[in-house]
Ligand binder design. Structure first.
Ligand code: DCP
Ligand code: MG
Ligand code: MG
Length: 365
């Protein structure tokens, strides 16, 4: 069956959320800044809306430079947690459009605002149906979150990813297998997903400027410059070939809290009560995002500032404070039995996060 992959990327994501939250910002240049805290505008630009982009403002540039480019722009500080909660809801919407896929191989979130969906089964390889699914996704995100996104559809991840950035904002680009070359070949090699500045420069030195140039280049020449695997990859990518599967991310994100004890101590009760408070905070955060955890990690820093960390992995994801506390106390007990130096700080964090399905504790199983 013909494979169909969809890639979605939100438009000017952080700035779009800020615009949505404050309609007075509409029409103005909005710049979201990662402030370093030293002084006003000492950080870098996280992102900006399309009005700001017309002034040449871009992600990554110093905020002070952005201010020079457009003194009238509205500068806002990053609210990462808030954006992440919006992102989580969008990802849930997207996930519902992906093939059923059992092994986490039909949905892959690759950043806070983008994801791949395998839709080969749902569409039966039909790109017109894929287009309809893309439109539905855009409609649902618009309705539920009042935000726009751009969608790319292609026979693999490489093409889907490049298609979604072909038309932005609020774009939709479908690249049929038979249109592959027409889509890819006129592009500059630097536009090929996976080619960075260094590779692009080296290719240019070899006289390779467009993807077509790359596709027509002798593979042996590429291999001798870039090595076997990279050389073959370049040749294949230029032909629009990519067999890589989707991989559900194992939730590398962690949520944790750490705090200093009222005094350096080895008193189990004292340490436990702080641990309980921290665990409560962690659970609150998890609840607000409807997440369960599978990994519990406890960290202690003793009065000599040595740090000890130990984790436990549960058999099922849970969201219960009781379970978190029980496991955290167990680890703490081990640390206490092995250590004679007083503890100064303790922390608890959870990982292996995923959306809760309602279960509250291990005992529900
Ligand atoms: N981001 C960041 N720092 C960067 C790049 C991005 O903090 N150097 C954050 C802010 C973006 C979000 O990640 O809103 C998503 O990144 P994108 O590259 O998808 O950029 P945008 O969504 O902002 O804009 P576009 O419409 O081009 O996708
Ligand atoms: Mg984006
Ligand atoms: Mg993105």
């Amino acid at each position: 069956m013909q494979r169909v992959v969809l890639h979605m990327d939100m438009d000017y994501f952080y700035a779009a959320i800020e615009e949505r939250e404050n309609p007075k910002l509409r029409g103005k240049a909005v710049v979201v800044c990662m402030l370093s805290g030293r002084n006003e505008l000492s950080g870098s630009v996280s992102t900006c809306n399309y009005v700001a982009r017309e002034f040449g403002i871009r992600s990554g540039m110093p905020c002070s430079r952005a201010k020079k480019l457009n003194p009238e722009a509205v500068f806002l500080p990053v609210r990462k947690e808030f954006y992440t909660s919006v992102s989580d809801r969008i990802m849930e919407i997207l996930r519902s459009y992906a093939d059923p896929g059992e092994n986490g191989d039909s949905f892959e979130q690759i950043s806070v605002d983008e994801a791949f969906l395998e839709i080969s089964e749902r569409t039966g390889g039909d790109f017109n149906l894929a287009f309809e699914i893309g439109m539905q996704i855009k409609r649902e995100i618009k309705e539920k979150e009042n935000l726009t996104c751009s969608v790319g559809i292609g026979p693999n991840k490489l093409i889907a990813k490049m298609a979604s950035s072909a038309k932005k904002p609020d774009g939709m680009t479908v690249v049929n297998p038979q249109d592959l070359e027409a889509f890819l070949w006129p592009l500059k090699v630097s536009k090929l997903w996976g080619i960075g500045d260094v590779t692009a420069r080296r290719l240019q030195e070899m006289g390779i400027f467009t993807v077509k140039d790359l596709a027509e280049h002798d593979v042996i020449g590429l291999i001798s410059t870039f090595g076997k695997s990279r050389g073959t990859w370049l040749k294949q990518a230029a032909a629009g070939i990519d067999d890589s599967p989707l991989k559900e991310r194992g939730g590398s994100e962690q949520i944790g809290r750490i705090a200093t004890l009222p005094e350096d101590t080895l008193d189990k009760e004292l340490i436990s009560s702080l641990l309980e408070r921290l665990a409560g905070d962690v659970i609150e955060k998890l609840d607000s995002r409807e997440l369960s955890f599978r990994i519990v990690t406890v960290t202690v820093i003793n009065s000599n500032f040595r740090m000890y960390t130990r984790s436990r992995t549960l058999t099922h994801p849970v969201s219960s404070k009781e379970v978190l506390l029980r496991v955290a106390r167990e680890i703490l007990g081990e640390f206490l039995s092995e250590n004679r130096t007083e503890f100064r700080r303790v922390g608890v964090r959870v990982g292996g996060l995923q959306k809760s399905k309602g279960q509250k504790s291990l005992f529900d199983y």
